[in-house]
Design a protein around this ligand. Structure first.
Ligand code: ARG
Length: 609
């Protein structure tokens, strides 16, 4: 049976109709008040509100699940209170709000919330008038360390994942109006440069005056590595070049810069193609800070000698694997540069939150760095948040590590080229080359190719591995970029083809109201209004697949709406008889929401496809 229904009888909670809110958060606030009023002894209970799944519209739109937990607490205190009774008390004490149409107690003790239509109409009208605005959240200064390939080595699919995920997390947090620093922690320092410089000196003695022709840096790397392994004399000189480089000797620096420039051009072309913005601040940036962090750790008695090395235990238990801070030859390591970097980020950049987007293989490393930063007092867990945003592997269609047919690492530029070719093949198969102009065709090709590569990466939970398959990612059904891009373009064309003028939505809204009478109109409205909940949820755990799932849900709910609700009525000859402005406004609201999600996910929709 369904309990009595109320609109909430407690004090009103004012909502400014202009305020952009996350519905879940708003309801959590209301229910926290209700719980505190009904049960002052449990006033610190955090309210738990979740949207109700699609299928059960009769159970309302959101649900408060606190009654069960409270019943348990009462039981522990020796009091027997059925959850339904608690739910009824919560319901009674819930402040009324313009968001709520009614509340009902149901099932084992849920309080069901039915959203108010007038509120939804107001929120959607605002969205159309002002554009999609972010929900309000406390502003933070955030540094996102992502992409971070290594000079002279191949940028591989692991770096591609880091680049795609890092870029989208940056876009999400920027949309939420945080102050975001996007940092490329390039591997541009370290002992491999000794042999590269030594080899450069031998091959191109004139390198100081003329930039050396080392387009194929990987081959150059292999050659120098071979000499390093086989030639003692060369090895000695290579070691010496590490020393001259790190002490800033001009010729070594010049050689190093020339080598870095070659890689830099390659990396930049990938970033340009994927529309990635990032600031380079490689390991070399921290050279002087590595010296000072070592001093700092030494002075605080945190370093221990171990067979000539200086190590640091991550925490006082002195278990696990220690960090190597100074090697026995006096050199620094990856650990040293990350200790210097975390200190710089917190103490000089004064960030509140650092996000490292690096594959799961480095989990142990980051756990140790975070612990060591706490142990040494660099990081205060009460005021600084650090996250290792880890991710799984990219697998080939054989389920093994992603490789070329000959077993080499896949070159990213080749991969992107292949994507372009595949997407053009698909457009031609669909006869789009007959319809679109050459510019439109090219824009569609890039939109689909780069869109599907990014979207495939983002639509899985990043923790899991995924299989890289162009065939799969180019499917036009299911939760894929191709499906979403076509759906979006179709939705945009509805207003354009109505014959009415929708160019100025404010003007349309001055004359026409949004009405949500049909069940499918109402369902679409409620789906669109979940956007802020989803954005907050994605930002909380830095998981973007929730946003992908939301895009897909919006498109499928839109299809239900469009199949059931005429936007434009035509006669048999195709002549437009009637335009339903309210419904076309719903199409425009759907497009605006999708556009914002696409912007975060890095999808670039096109007008014609
Ligand atoms: N260059 C490293 C690699 O390719 C990734 C660096 C990640 N960032 C960091 N602060 N350690 O594995």
């Amino acid at each position: 049976s369904i309990g009595e229904e109320t609109k909430g009888t407690g004090d009103d909670v004012a909502v400014n109709s202009d305020e952009i809110i996350s519905i879940t958060e708003h309801l959590e606030k209301l229910f926290a008040i209700a719980i505190a009023k009904a049960y002052p002894q449990y006033s610190d209970t955090a309210a738990v509100v979740a949207p109700v799944g699609n299928a059960s519209a009769k159970f309302g739109d959101y649900q408060c699940n606190n009654a069960m937990g409270l019943a348990k607490k009462f039981k522990e205190a020796g009091i027997n209170k059925p959850p339904r009774e608690i739910a009824t008390e919560i319901q009674k004490h819930c402040p009324s709000s313009p968001l709520i149409d009614k509340l009902e107690v149901a099932g084992a003790g849920f309080v069901n919330v039915f959203l108010n239509k007038d509120y939804a109409v107001g929120a959607l009208s605002n969205l159309l008038r002002k554009g999609v605005k972010p929900p309000r959240v406390p502003k933070k200064r955030i540094l996102i360390d992502f992409s971070s390939p290594n000079i002279a080595k191949q940028m591989h699919v692991g770096h591609l994942r880091s680049t795609i995920i890092g870029e989208s997390i940056s876009r999400l947090l920027e949309f939420l109006e945080h102050d975001v620093l996007r940092i490329n922690h390039l591997g541009d320092w370290g002992t491999q440069f000794g042999m590269l410089i030594a080899h450069l000196e031998d091959c191109f003695p004139n390198f100081l005056n003329e930039s050396p022709p080392i387009g194929d840096l990987q081959a150059f790397y292999k050659e120098s590595k071979k000499r390093f392994d086989e030639d003692e004399e060369f090895k000695k000189r290579a070691y010496n070049r590490v020393v001259t480089l790190q002490s800033g000797e001009p010729n070594s620096i010049k050689a190093w810069q020339q080598i870095c420039d070659v890689s830099r051009i390659e990396f930049q072309s990938i970033y340009d193609r994927l529309d990635v913005k990032i600031t380079e601040r490689g390991e070399s940036f921290y050279q002087s800070r590595m010296l000072s962090v070592v001093e700092f750790l030494r002075n605080n008695n945190l370093l221990e000698l171990d067979e000539g090395r200086e190590i640091m235990w991550p925490d006082d238990t002195k278990t696990g694997i220690p960090l190597t801070i100074v090697k026995s030859d006096g050199g620094f390591t990856y650990d040293t540069s990350d200790m210097a970097a975390i200190r710089h980020r917190i103490e000089e950049e004064k960030v509140d939150w650092i996000i490292y987007v690096v594959d799961s293989g480095q989990s142990t490393h980051f756990k140790a760095i975070f612990k060591a930063a706490k142990r040494s007092g660099i990081l205060d867990p009460d005021s600084h948040r650090v996250d290792h945003v880890n991710f799984g592997l990219v697998l080939g269609e054989d389920g093994k590590k992603f490789k070329t047919r000959s077993g080499d690492t896949v070159k990213l530029s080749d991969l992107l080229d292949e994507g372009l070719k595949r997407s053009m093949d698909q457009l031609r198969e669909r006869g789009r080359d007959q319809v679109l102009s050459p510019e439109e065709l090219r824009a569609a090709q890039e939109s689909v190719a780069y869109g599907c590569i990014k979207y495939t990466d983002l639509c899985h939970n990043r923790i899991s591995d995924y299989v890289f398959s162009f065939d799969k990612m180019l499917e036009d059904r299911g939760n894929t970029a191709v499906y979403l891009l076509y759906a979006y373009t179709r939705i945009c064309s509805i207003a354009r083809n109505s014959g009415a003028d929708f160019s100025d939505l404010n003007k349309v809204l001055d004359t026409f109201n949004i009405t949500l009478e049909h069940e499918k109109e109402w369902k679409l409205a409620k789906t669109l209004l979940k956007l802020n909940d989803i954005l907050i949820k994605c930002a909380k755990d830095l998981l973007l697949h929730f946003l992908c799932e939301f895009c897909y849900e919006v498109c499928t709910v839109f299809t239900e709406f469009y199949d059931n609700c005429y936007c434009i009525e035509k006669d048999k000859s195709g002549k437009i008889l009637k335009v339903n402005h309210s419904r076309i406004l719903m199409c425009e609201a759907t497009a605006a929401v999708l556009r914002q999600c696409f912007a975060i996910l890095g999808l670039k929709p096109v007008n014609k496809i």
